[in-house]
Ligand binder design. Structure first.
Ligand code: NAD
Length: 451
């Protein structure tokens, strides 16, 4: 049998493409070596959020006095939190399998590799069988990057995020190398469960790509809460559970130790199984694609982390929708609005943003007006966030008054950032966005207040 589309990798990019193409009546074969759902569902977003939610319940119970509630003998069971996480993941994996269950979709469990390619036919092998398809979609994702730090490899004290998610016991103390998204989410998890945390970040700030006024609200709270955050600090070497660091400012050297060292310094595209595509064009180890996710090879496409664009599950899924739309010649053709991709960091308080920051506007020489308000302008925020401040920033094109970016810190901003994404995506002016009515009382009203 010749398939219309062979897809390698069943994460958010791969399963979205498989569902969309097969439901349009095209024969699709999808190869996945682990469980469908990819990094996000199995060892990323979903398990992290499940554990973070458990930690937040414990933290809130132990910090409820400010709301007039006292709870005694509050305890948590980490093994039970892990068990619940596994059940959540298992149910969602089953849900994805259900979505792919149709006569045009074949799911093959195993590690696939491209055998050969012509402009008419791609041959893929998996578990000793060969499969032929007119088109190939690569959705092989990414893996944790291991930096070249002496002592990091084969060190039983060193974890990556997958090890941390699998652990059945909490470490007694932890050093987190990399104050990016993964690092700060795990810092939140461990801190809320009472584990002493040290974060080591090479750049002058944590979460360097986010608006720095927003990040400073988090930094202030976390430092006050006792999380040890060392910025402008580089790891020189690791010896067992000891980390030798050097300040980039003072050149001072320090040795810190902990029961575990979590390394979260970024991820790299996974190109295994693609060796036969030796003329596939790459940029810094990621597959180059055009606006419709097409590579330099006529019938080969790539979506998700492997393209090295924005490593987020919702970007991967949207890329897959656009790619299949193009392949099926759906009219009108759609493109991805990379300028309007929302992102969330699940710290406590959480951070949500879309579009450009004030700092990026300056770098791009965009004449931008910035408006900002504390989250306390929202009645619901005041009612539910005792002792918290929070911040919302709006970046506008000065002349056109169009909304270029929105950046928030304060719970639960992840739940309303989509409204801001809509405004950025549609190129709304403040006058247009002002006509949108937000329900009262909700924290989302901050978007109306700030206009
Ligand atoms: P990241 O790029 O977000 O952060 C890595 C951090 O490590 C950076 O701040 C960098 O300056 C720092 N760093 C690099 N080398 C270092 C060194 N030797 N010593 C100290 N610090 C060093 O990468 P990540 O946190 O590993 O996340 C990987 C990807 O997964 C990202 O693209 C992220 O967006 C995605 N992700 C998203 C979410 C979410 O959307 N909520 C959650 C987790 C991961």
């Amino acid at each position: 049998m010749k398939y219309f589309l062979a897809i390698i990798g069943g994460g958010p990019a791969g399963y979205t493409a498989a569902e969309k193409a097969s439901k349009a009546g095209k024969d699709v074969v999808l190869f996945e070596q682990n469980a469908v759902g990819g990094t996000c569902l199995n060892v990323g977003c979903i398990p992290t959020k499940s554990l973070l939610y458990g930690a937040k319940q414990y933290y809130n119970a132990t910090h409820a006095q400010k709301y007039g509630v006292t709870a005694e003998n509050v305890a948590f069971d980490f093994a039970a939190m892990q068990k619940r996480k596994t059940i959540v993941v298992r149910k969602l994996v089953a849900g994805i399998k259900q979505r792919l269950n149709n006569e045009h979709c074949t799911l093959v469990s195993g590690a696939a590799a491209v055998v050969s390619r012509t402009d008419e036919l791609v041959t893929v092998s998996c578990n000793g069988e060969t499969y032929e398809a007119e088109n190939l979609l690569i959705c092989t994702g990414s893996t944790n990057f291991v930096p070249p730090i002496p002592g990091i490899k084969e060190n039983e004290y060193v974890w990556d995020s997958t090890d941390a998610l699998a652990a059945t016991e909490l470490p007694k103390s932890i050093i987190i190398v990399g104050g990016g998204v993964i690092g700060m989410e795990f810092a939140t998890l461990y801190h809320e469960l009472g584990v002493p945390v040290t974060v080591i970040e090479a750049m002058p700030t944590i979460l360097p790509n986010l608006d720095q006024d927003i990040v400073n609200v988090l930094l202030e709270k976390y430092k006050k809460a006792g999380i040890n955050i060392l910025t402008s600090t580089k790891v020189e070497s690791i010896e067992g559970g000891k980390v030798n660091v050097k300040s980039q400012i003072s050149n001072d050297q320090l040795q810190i130790s902990a029961e575990r060292i979590l390394v979260s310094v970024g991820r790299r595209a996974n190109l295994q199984g693609l060796e036969a595509l030796n003329d596939l064009e790459l940029n810094r180890g990621a597959i180059i694609v055009d606006e419709f996710m097409k590579t330099n090879l006529p019938n080969v496409y790539a979506c998700g982390d492997v393209t090295g664009k924005i490593m987020l599950a919702h970007v991967a899924a949207r890329q897959a929708e656009v790619m299949v739309g193009r392949l099926l010649k759906q009219i009108p053709l759609q493109r991805i609005a990379y300028n309007a991709i929302p992102s969330v960091v699940y710290t406590n308080p959480e951070i949500a943003s879309v579009g450009i920051t004030e700092q990026q506007a300056a770098e791009l020489n965009i004449e931008a007006e910035v408006r900002q308000l504390p989250m306390t302008f929202s009645g619901r925020f005041m009612a539910e966030n005792e002792g918290e401040t929070g911040l919302c920033k709006l970046v506008l094109d000065t002349k056109k008054q169009t909304i270029l970016g929105v950046h928030c810190i304060g719970n639960p901003c992840s739940e309303f950032i989509a409204a801001a994404s809509f405004a950025v995506r549609m190129g709304y002016t403040t006058a247009e966005f002002e006509q949108v009515v937000f329900p009262h009382p909700t924290v989302s009203e901050i978007l109306h207040e700030i206009i």
